[in-house]
Design a protein around this ligand. Sequence first.
Ligand code: PLP
Length: 383
Amino acid sequence: MPYLFYNIAQKIKAYQNVHPSAHLYRMGIGDVSLPLCDAVIRALHEAVDDQANAESFHGYMPECGAPFLREAIANYYGEKGVALSPEEIFVSSGASDELGDILDLFDRESTALVIEPAYPAYVDANVIAGRKIVHLPSGRENGFLPEPDAAIKADILYICSPNNPTGAVFNREKLQAWVDYANQNGAIILFDAAYEAFIEEPALPHSIFEIKGARTCAVEICSLSKTAGFTGTRLGYTVIPKELVRNDLNLNAMWVRNRTTKTNGVSYIIQKGGAAVFTKEGQKQIHENIRVYKKNAKVLMNALDKLDIWYCGGRNAPYIWMKCPSKMGSWKFFDYLLNEIQVVGTPGAGFGACGEGYFRFSTFGNPDDTEEAAYRLTKLLQK
Ligand code: PLP
């Protein structure tokens, strides 16, 4: 568990020791609160039954993913106008696993650039590997969407859009600048698209492969955790185009080699459940759940609008990133909300130094709790 969430858990524990009966309004951690949709549950049950009969039983699955799931994902991209072959899609047990494992493709001497505030795993995975890290701060002045800086040299570029924690989304033009920069400098973009399904503005890109030139410089890492409630079920996928070559080495072929060495694939049952997400019925149902989280976002955004507090995110992402009022530091604001109104969020400073003075709300919580948290927040800060 990253230090940030450990620290939060410790503070909550201390509060609960003193106030054992207090109900906490948890808008902190990014875990979902809604169950898997019906289409997925049905597919999981059917897959369990398949394992009960010799004719339908599946033993080891192909290491890089079951063809039925790789094809379903390729079709999902195809509908968005991105042509991928199933061999460019690698099924994984989640984005966290992949964000760590994918670093096998890179030399330990290489440098990683992390746009901050950032999901803590990018920095931590590179610290574990002993790699040099360049921290690129972003801020309100650039909408938390910085441009590449020609003076900075890095081999691995982390881009998360829609972003955790800021909820900011790169538009095509801004993403094109990063793709051009990566191609010119021989760098590789690790594009984290864990929240793509939350984008509602039609002009915003869901995939880096919607951008010209991305096939020669990008890897896309995706997850069904937030899109389809798979946080505890575990499934994700990674896209590595066949044109991606560095030092005469083909990264798609290298990843096939890596996967066939280091994993025996993801369970048949879970992949069947995952394939149901990409059916017409599955898509309809997961978007019904996403709409519930979007409603939570609206409730919190309305409260912040009323209070005239600056924030970004919420519209195309399940996170809201707000400026702490009265120039409060982010941990001080955390303690203030916990002690005064029992609302738990995440201090911005935990996502990098430039997150100080900001605070993140997750919109994955229970709708009643979110309403009450927004009401308490308004009452507290209106004073
Ligand atoms: N990437 C980002 C930006 C995330 O916020 C998260 C989870 O919160 C992950 C990756 C990890 O997702 P998974 O549950 O698939 O490991």
